[in-house]
Design a protein around this ligand. Sequence first.
Ligand code: APR
Ligand code: ZN
Length: 278
Amino acid sequence: MKHHTSTLADLMQRHPRWVALTGAGISAESGIPTYRNRDGDWHAPEPVREQEFRAQPQARQRYWARSYHGWPRVRDARPGQAHIALAGLEAQGRIALTISQNVDGLHQRAGSTRVIDLHGRVDNVRCLDCGDLTARETMQARLAPLMPTPPRLEPSPRPDGDAEIPGEQYANLQVPPCTACGGTVTPDVVFFGGSVPRERVRACLDAVEEADGLMVVGSSLAVYSGFRFCRHAQSRGKPIVLINPGWTRADDMATLKLAAEAGPLLTAVASALARQPA
Ligand code: APR
Ligand code: ZN
């Protein structure tokens, strides 16, 4: 751990400005489960796919019924040590941008100000027809009277605010429509199988381009959406640091792989660097 701390602190001292790319592992400490385990395999059945959500009313019933149970855990989660340490490194001028693949908003709650939510935010709801944006909490209040109470089985939470519940609990759910136009509402996230808006990807690529290195924290990089930034950093000859106790798709591209839990390591690095001028 001491060794890891000084290795990363030294590298960050030599390369002053970083982009941090984060994944579900950084929120594990905050009680939000990851998608995949340390071997890169799915923990649970795959989450809803973009195409299903758009095409199938039953997929939307299932999503909203499950999300009704899963959302409070994400809403009430507190930033962990790693979120706080990254916010500290941003304040020291060492992190130019945090690209988060998570939809939980915990970087902002920890005090990071330069954040791109690559896959959107689960605390917003968007209309697929008119684009109207509303708070997820408002949708929760609209869903509440429609849900069978009490839930017949303790739901198990998922990282995107989804949760597993038995099918009979949503078979009759009338999903509340957009209040502005009566259209179909969606959480403002990029679902599995969906695509990230082009300008958002561009802004992230530009940041990697301008940075001196890319640090990936708590992501398996199994999804190309995040992995592409490693490819980009590699093509520009920038150092890539991976902080992950398990397998990642970029293990063979890394300048430095630190098989450690992110919270204690980044906390130690941020405090070591706080004593040295950037
Ligand atoms: N510190 C660092 N890493 C950790 C920790 C920890 N304390 N705990 C777990 N991890 C690592 C795991 O080893 C795993 O590699 O976090 C990683 C989580 O990986 P995934 O669950 O695959 O999450 P992520 O990479 O963010 O997934 C990317 O896939 O379907 C999607 O859109 C979804 O944004 C998500 C994307
Ligand atoms: Zn609408």
